[in-house]
Design a protein around this ligand. Structure first.
Ligand code: F6P
Length: 320
């Protein structure tokens, strides 16, 4: 039986991380465990920056964006010395288990620490939804709703000026945010790495639709697939339709988590503590067909995530 655990958030922050921290802390205390909050991810673990949490430490945070534990990406933790140092800190505090809330990079660290005898359980926390073993990651819904609201505002101004608005969304190269927000904002085109695109064809379509009365155009592009500035410039050159680019950027990571993010984070946080309670580590928690499940970390990291090509084609098909 594990009686003392830690919790940390690592990598890019995501709305709902606080809800997960709250669930971990409250579940652990209910089960008679002692729980420490580690600040700034693995950096805080190496620097011994942690404090004991109680029910009150997490009061009111379920509705807050960001992470009360702060977050970071630690270069030192990627080295063997860093992991060994972190293990010694855990042992010095009597921490036998650790909940790591973050993305794939954070899970690699959790696997390394698990191999050194600290039972780690990863929770998928990233707005990108790019973790293969789970159909949902904490923060995804909030980020998409934020992006959609901003795109709605952009559509107002681009409609008034009869312009083309090229919007770049986050996703760490993956097209999940772009696909869903593109559909939700009625985009003419959704540019993701998963489906090849051709700017000449997009320009031709814009001119055809303009001739049929269309006034404004929204093009959504996933970051690191194309640059919104460049695409806007090229489309304007090809069509003579005035174009403006907007990179939504880090605003997508902020804000109060949606109901979905709060609930999923709570369920996953609770589940992680149930695993640790039984002494089970080296696991990642995920969602499959709406159910909370867990996987061996290495197995989870070797999986490949699919892309909903049919949804992409539907979006293309009905766009005007
Ligand atoms: O993984 C979340 C994410 O926001 C990605 O979408 C983006 O590529 C990256 O983090 C940005 O990282 P940083 O906050 O370090 O600039």
């Amino acid at each position: 039986m594990i009686k003392k655990i830690g919790v940390l958030t690592s990598g890019g922050d995501a709305p709902g991380m606080n809800a997960a921290v709250r669930a971990v802390v409250r579940a652990a205390i209910k089960k008679g465990m002692t729980v420490y909050g580690v600040k700034r991810g693995y950096c805080g673990l190496i620097e011994d920056n942690m404090e004991e949490m109680n029910e009150l430490s997490v009061a009111g945070i379920i509705k807050q964006g960001g992470t009360m534990l702060y977050t970071a990406r630690s270069a030192e933790f990627r080295t063997e010395e860093g992991v060994l140092h972190a293990k010694e800190i855990c042992e010095a505090h009597g921490l036998e288990g650790l909940v790591v809330i973050g993305g794939d990079g954070s899970f690699r660290g959790a696997a390394d620490l698990s191999a050194h005898g600290i039972a780690c359980v990863g929770l998928p926390g990233t707005i990108d939804n790019d973790i293969a073993c789970t159909e949902y990651t904490i923060g995804y819904d909030t980020a998409m709703n934020t992006a959609m609201e901003l795109m709605d505002k952009l559509a107002d101004t681009s409609h008034s000026h009869c312009r083309c608005s090229v919007v770049e969304v986050m996703g760490h190269g993956a097209g999940y945010i772009a696909l869903n927000t593109g559909i939700a904002s009625g985009a003419l085109e959704i540019i993701t790495k998963e489906i090849p695109y051709d700017l000449d064809k997009i320009a031709k379509k814009m001119l055809e639709y303009k001739a049929r009365g269309k006034k404004n155009f929204v093009i959504v592009v996933a970051e690191s697939v194309g640059h919104a500035d460049e695409i806007a410039k090229l489309l304007q050159e090809k069509t003579s339709i005035e174009a403006r680019s907007t990179i939504l950027g880090h605003v997508q990571r902020g804000g109060c988590p949606t109901v979905r993010d709060r609930v999923v984070a709570t369920e996953m946080g609770y589940y992680a503590v149930e695993l640790l309670e039984q002494g089970i580590g080296n696991r990642v928690v995920g969602m499959q067909n709406g159910k909370i499940v867990d996987f061996d970390i290495q197995e989870a990291l070797s999986m490949e995530k699919s892309y909903d090509e049919r949804l992409h084609r539907i979006a293309e098909n009905i766009a005007f």
